[in-house]
Design a protein around this ligand. Sequence first.
Ligand code: PGA
Length: 260
Amino acid sequence: MTTKQNDRMPIIAGNWKMNHDHYQAIQVTQKLSYQLDKTDYEHVEVVICPPFTDLRSLQTMLDADRIPMALGAQNCFHEDSGAYTGEVSPGMLAKLNVKYVIVGHSERREIFGETDETVNLKVKAVLKYAMVPILCVGETLAEREAGGAEAKVAAQLVAGLAGVSKGNIATLVVAYEPIWAIGTGRTASTEDAQAMCAFIRKQVEEIAGVAAAQSLRIQYGGSVKPGNIGELMACADIDGALVGGASLDPDDFARIVRFG
Ligand code: PGA
């Protein structure tokens, strides 16, 4: 396991997307917990982001079995309550001991039309309930090939963090997920991933100062697997991973938590 030269606790989060009903969720999480021990949790914060319908079952199980994994949600609405058919509020998630909420995942932006403005509202709403947003940013392949990757990510950060206090920014997680690497088996090269994560930290420094930039954690996401997590985690500015496909399998996910 790599020892990092900073105080940031590594964070590995599994984004199950629309997979695993609540029975499967319990089985998979139990299997995962059998493979992890105290030392793993001392080195890495382990987060499971299941579908909404699994949250209550997992909360009960983690609590009863005293499993030190954190729960995350994949999305939420920004209002506290009201006539918003089909939406889930941040307060409802906080009541279920949800600690993290993924905000602005590229699938939400591309399939469900979320914009930088709605993402910003959600970031603030999540913070209001003392949960931590995992703010997703990342460029398309066309944007990267046209040399516009940094500009895209910088704009997403400025808009996503507008009006958020420096103190709150310091606690955030940003997930850099190049869209062309999600679910494609194509990972960004370690050099490109590190370069963009360093760029993100620099941008956050401009927005919120050195202290916030040094304490904020940055994840890489996009086809993370047991075979590539080690080299990603060895990078100075990569503090963790947001893992999609490989998080569905408890054996693979346990290896990722152990950095391979
Ligand atoms: P993937 O998904 O690991 O399946 O590429 C990552 C994500 O979308 O968070």
